[in-house]
Structures are given as C-alpha cells and as structure tokens.
Design a binder for this molecule. Structure first.
Ligand code: BGC
Length: 734
C-alpha cells in the first residue's frame, strides 16, 4: 500500500510533517499551480524539430515561475516528431530543474510520459509486446521484468512518472484501445497489472531505478457500447464492481502512486464528474492515498463536449469537487486561472485544494524528487542492454499464439521455399502499434533500422528461396496476380494480414471485418492450392474465419513489439516452441461478441459461446495432459481457503511450457454467475515425459461475487472447480 511506503531514509510520518510544513508556506497560487499539468508544447519552441534542446526558456519560466505548474507531460512535438535521445531528455529535465531552483519554494516538477510498452519516446528504447500480448504470455515474471526494464530506461532518460499500466478490462473488441489492455479476464488483468507495478515501482519510490506508475483509466472506460473510443458505457454498479473495479483494487494494493481518470462516461456521468467513483469508492472504500490526474483536456470536455457543465469554470468546479487532484489541462493555463477564481469566490473550499496538493506533494516526497542531489542513473548498463533485449525477445516469443496447425505444417523446414505476402509482412510499425516512437506509432521511417520485420526475420533463417510480393507501406496495392504466379514456384505461402497502427479515436472502426483487399488476396492465395500459413498482427481480433478454415496454419501475432518479427520467425521455424494462450475470445463473426465468462443465458438453447478460438486457446509443438485434479477437502466454510492440485504432463516429443488454467463456477446463486471464471493459473516448463504437480490456493475472495445488495459475499452452496477436462465439486457452508 502507498500508505506504508517508505522513501529511503524517510518514513511516512516524516514525509507527512514535511508536506504540512510546505503547505503552510504556500500561497494559493502556488497550491493551484501544483494541481496544474501542461503539455510540453507549452514550454517548447515551435520549430524545435529534433534539436537537442527543444525548451523555450521564456515559456518554461512562465509555466514554472509565474504559474507554478506542478507537472508537465508528453514528448516534444508528439505526435509527429521522432523519439528524443536519452541525452535530450536528460537535458530537458535539467533545464526544468534549473528553473525550479529559481522558484520561491523550489517544489520539483513531476514529468509524466506514456511509456506503455517501454520508454516509447526515447530513441532505441526496448519496446516490449503491447499489453494484449503480455497477457497472452500468462507469465507474471515477464510482466514484472517489463516493469523493471521500462523503469530503468525511463530513469536513464531522466523521467520518473509513467502513465501505465492500463487496467481497463478489454471486453469490447471493437474498442481501438483493446490492445492496451490485458484482455477480457479480470483475474489475468489483475495479476499481470500488479506484477508490472511491482517491477516498475518497487516498494521504495525514490530508488534510482524505479518510476511512479499510474493506473488508468479509472473506471469503466473500456466498455463503450458502440465500440468507439471515448463514448458512453452503460455499466451498472454490480457489473462495475464485478468486472471493472477489481484490477484497480489490485493495482492500488500493489502500491500504484497515481490514477488517471476515464475520459468517457458511465451510466450518464462523465468519469471526471463522478464523485461516487472518484471519492466514495476510490478513497473511502479502496483506501487510495496517491493523487488522481485527469486525462487529456477532460475537465474542459465536461463543458465543451458533455454539456454537463454550463461553462469551463463550472467544469473545473465539478471536477475538482468530484475528486480530481491534478488537471491535464494541457495546452493553456485556463484551469489555473479558473480554479483561482473559484477559490477566491468561495465556490471551491481551500480545504479541498489543500487535500489535493498534499496528495501531490506526498507523492513527490516519496519519489525523492526533493532530493536535490539525485541525478539520473547512467545510460550505459541501464538502457537497451543486451539482457533487456533478451527479455524482450522472450516476451515476444511467449506472446504469439499458434492457433491452428493442420497436419503439423509447422514448424516449417528451413529448406522450404517461401512466398511472403500481405500488407503486414515488411513493416515494424504493424508489430508495435500505437505509443511507439510517436503517439500513433505509424512513422515507419522513424523505426530502428536494426530490428526485423517478419519478412527480414524469415529471410535470416530460411535456407530455401524467400520471395516477397508486397508494397512498402500498409496501404500499398499488392499485385495479386504476381503473388498467384509466384506461389507456383514456392512450397508454402506466409500470408501476413491484419491492421495498421492506431490508438484512441483514430482507431475507431465500424466492423471487425478485414478490409476487402486483404480478403481478396487471401482467397487468391488459398485458391493456389499451396499451403497457406495465415499470420495476423494488429490490436484487435479482426474476422478471419473463412481464411482460417482453409489455411493450413494460423498464427495470431497481435502486437508483439520490436522483437516481434524475430519471435514470429522463431515460431515459424520451430526455434521456439509456442506457448501463448489467447487472453480474449476470438470472434467468429463481427457481431457475435460473447466472452468466455458469459452468463448462462448467452449459451442457453439456441444461444452459444461459439468463437473462432476460445479464451485460453493456444497450441504447442508438443502436447500436454492434465489429470488427477484434487481438492484438499470437499467441504469448507465460506471464510476458508482451499488447496487444489493437478498433475500436468508433457506427453509430446519436445520441451515446452504449458499454462494450467483453473476455472470456477458457482453452481446456483442469487445473482446469475458465469459458466466459468478464471481464478488461478500457473505456467510450467516441462521436458518430454515430465510430470509436475501444480498446486493452487483458492481464497474466499475467489469464491465471492457481488450480491443482491451490491456487497461482495460468498454464498454457501456447491462450486465446480475445473482444470482441463476435469471437474471436481466443492461444497461451501456458512
Ligand atoms: C490518453 C491517455 C494518455 C494521455 C497522455 C490521452 O489521450 O487517453 O491514455 O495517458 O493522453 O498522453
């Protein structure tokens, strides 16, 4: 818990004393400045391009000395510029710090950045698989390491606050930020998110290799009814508490220092105006002690977009009183001016300002920002190290799902002659997605020259002929006739389909169907009669049903990151035995969105859970069997833990990893319960013939649900515990 965190040498009591003392010295203007966050464009020169010093000193002084801003965010010129070097970032932070030292109270500026799969905006950073892929690894150790490595690379860039992890649960596949989530399952999201936080932030926020995390986007952002970004969700209180709140609860337990707020609305109330969520639940129930930050211009949106406020000033009042501590304004000082007026007129009490500022200052003290002697860690040994690249390669390998492998078409023989085609075959951007070098991640020219596309990686490994038919950009027209003709001279076709990069509203679509040009290319390739390996990449499960039915092999790559091309080739050629599992249900049809933990009625009589590939699906080049599922006892009280064990055996010819998934079903309850819900998982590495006894402990929390009166409870009765093909019954009594 944040409340227990100790900054090396400073206890929480000491920090609290320092905060009180500092607060007592601050003017109202200085306090409101702390609550103000501006975009870096407010302090940079317009023509800065990629110079080594983009900061305009006059503008910086206006922000820090005149408006007392507490925080700055973003990369210079985002979304269009290239990433900055570690040197530029460090210089920028020094410049900001130098101006801070000229200020009356010398309160450090906290700089925030979206480093959601590595240090996005630092040149040559290690860029990991996106969250949807990290979820497919089912490997919390990798998530922990991603957190650790990203923190180091940010600190080597002089940065100390990451707007990550996204703990929204991805239950709407059209949503253009699905890939920023850990998929559709509550438990998986909670486990991987917590591991990331622990790796990134550790227990001591002030440690030189750690970075403050920010849980986002609190709460209910990921379930827009129409699939478009920043549009309404209609989530009842029970559903909120059952599906969307638990990962945030877990993130707070893991120690997250800050929380960013939902840009959209839930049940008619915009996230930034929701007192019930921001104060009653977040503070009073979940005990969150850090500070909340608005999302981009979202206080203004209460007036400009939502018409919930009658003016921008009204919007500021509503948001601050609902529980927003810091406003990502971000392009002007309007929040500062308006809040000052509101406090002076008595419309916002000083006590609320003191509360928000105390939270912000506490986090700054805990992060060691007031420690003037603190300098960023060395770049050498901390940034883009070979060890970190190796972890990234492993994460990518463990994140790519082998979905179909008819007649063991895969792994490919190295001597095979391969035709590689399709719009995603020869681009790095499509493997990385948004928040890569730029906001939309679509500046292919800015990508590192030493990383491999799928085509490059196949070329490196193949001993046979490799021919590429395709363009140089995602939207280039592919010469289908040429591809058909070339197919005749090759043994196998690797057909690379999927999505171009995007994030947020720019990624809105009206259907999960693939663009017509891709389906036409696919049909033509299948019609050649040559075996087709379908490889898809992209942030959402686009509909591939007909193609997949006729393809010999299917690999679902999602967004495997900078090492994704190499990792895909490792799997294609059997240099890595695939072990990823789907963290989402892969739909068969664009409108048939039923998730794995659906309610009984969704699979009753004529209804069915009939995805193309279910949640948890993923093949290996070896086979596993689980057996002997056993409960420590068959009956427990509703406040007891229960141990469960199962044997898992590698019955195939190769060494490989298997993730054992444990599901639970409450057989009859006063609120309808899912047919199954993931409650525990473990990934084990097994040699051929090796058996391992895997054990789990289920807690009362695992057996609980949100009851009729909206409280979490364990109802006595029977529960099915399921692993693989086995089910055992557990009876729970009062
Ligand atoms: C996104 C956030 C992000 C913020 C700052 C917003 O548009 O919704 O996820 O952290 O911008 O870049």
């Amino acid at each position: 818990m944040l409340g227990c965190t100790v900054n090396k040498g400073q206890t929480n009591t000491e920090i609290s004393k320092q905060v009180k003392k500092l607060l007592s010295q601050m003017t109202l203007e200085e306090k409101i400045g702390q609550m103000t966050q501006i975009d870096v464009s407010v302090i940079t020169r317009p023509e800065h391009g990629n110079t080594d010093n983009p900061i305009d000193l006059y503008k910086l002084e206006n922000a820090v000395l005149t408006h007392h801003v507490g925080s700055i965010l973003n990369a210079p010129s985002a979304p269009h510029s290239k990433a900055q070097t570690t040197g530029t970032w460090r210089k920028m932070m020094q410049d900001i710090q130098a101006v801070v030292t000229k200020s009356r109270l010398k309160i450090p500026v906290l700089y925030g950045i979206d480093a959601i799969h590595g240090a996005t905006y630092t040149e040559n950073a290690v860029l990991f698989p996106q969250a949807i892929n990290m979820a497919a690894t089912f490997n919390p150790d990798l998530s922990f390491k991603e957190g650790e490595i990203t923190a180091r690379e940010l600190r080597a860039s002089g940065l100390q606050w990451n707007f990550s992890p996204v703990l929204d649960v991805g239950r709407q596949p059209l949503w253009p930020r699905l890939w920023e989530t850990y998929g559709e399952d509550v438990h998986l999201t909670s486990v991987l998110g917590s591991a990331f936080i622990k790796g990134q932030q550790g227990d001591d926020f002030s440690a030189p290799t750690k970075v403050l995390t920010c849980l986002k986007h609190y709460v209910g952002y990921s379930f827009p009814i129409n699939g478009k970004d920043r549009t309404p969700a209609w989530i009842g209180e029970r559903m909120l508490r059952e599906y969307f709140l638990p990962p945030f609860e877990a993130g707070i337990k893991a120690g997250a220092a800050t929380v960013m707020v939902n840009s959209a609305e839930v049940d008619g109330i915009p996230g930034h105006a929701n007192y019930h969520y921001l104060t009653t639940i977040l503070r009073d129930e979940l005990g969150f002690k850090g500070f909340t930050v608005s999302d981009w211009a979202d206080i203004k949106s209460l007036y400009k977009r939502d018409k919930l406020a009658a003016s921008e000033k009204d919007a500021v009042k509503i948001a601050v009183m609902a529980g927003i501590d810091m406003s990502m304004v971000p392009l002007d000082f309007s929040f500062y001016d308006l809040l000052l007026e509101l406090v002076k007129s008595g419309e916002v009490p000083v006590a609320r300002i003191d509360e928000a500022v105390s939270r912000i200052l506490t986090v700054k003290y805990q992060a060691g920002l007031f420690n003037a002697t603190q300098t960023p860690i060395d770049v050498a040994g901390n940034f883009a190290t070979p060890e970190a690249q190796a972890v990234n390669r492993q994460a990518a390998r463990e994140s790519i799902v082998l979905a179909k492998n008819s007649n063991n078409i895969l792994p490919l023989k190295k001597e095979a002659n391969i035709l590689v085609t399709g719009p995603t075959a020869n681009l790095l951007s499509v493997l990385n997605g948004g928040w890569t070098i730029t906001w939309q991640g679509n500046d292919e020219q800015a990508y590192p020259k030493d990383k491999l596309t799928v085509l490059n990686a196949i070329q490196q490994k193949a001993m046979g002929r490799v021919t590429h038919v395709g363009g140089t950009a995602f939207n280039d027209v592919i010469d289908v006739a040429k591809a058909v003709q070339e197919a005749q001279n090759h043994d196998v076709i690797v057909l690379c389909l999927g999505e171009n990069t995007y994030t947020e509203t720019a990624g809105n679509i009206g259907s999960l169907n693939l663009p017509a040009a891709q389906t036409e290319l696919a049909k033509a390739m299948i019609a050649t009669g040559k075996p087709v390996i379908l490889l898809t990449v992209g942030g959402r499960p686009r509909i591939i049903t007909e193609i997949a039915d006729q393809a010999a092999g299917v690999i679902l790559g999602f967004l495997p990151g900078m090492e994704g091309g190499a990792a895909i080739a490792d799997i294609l050629y059997g240099d890595y035995n695939p072990d990823a599992k789907l963290p989402v249900s892969y739909p068969r049809d664009t409108n048939d969105i039923v998730l794995y933990d659906h309610k009984p009625s969704e699979a009753f009589e004529l209804n069915a859970y009939n995805p193309l590939y279910p949640f948890g699906h993923g093949l290996s080049y070896t086979q596993f069997q689980s057996s002997g599922l056993k409960l420590e006892k068959n009956q427990i009280h509703n406040n007891e833990n229960i141990n469960v064990s199962v044997n898992v055996k590698n019955v195939g010819p190769l060494k490989g990893k298997e993730t054992v998934l444990l599901y639970l079903n409450d057989v009859a309850a006063s609120v309808t319960r899912p047919g199954k819900q993931l409650k525990a998982f473990k990934k084990v590495l097994l040699e051929p013939g090796q058996t391992e006894l895997v054990s789990f402990t289920l807690s009362p929390h695992d057996l609980s649900f949100i009851g009729v009166d909206l409280n979490r409870e364990v109802e006595p009765g029977d529960f099915k515990v399921m692993v693989g093909n086995e089910t055992v019954l557990l009876t729970v009594t009062e």
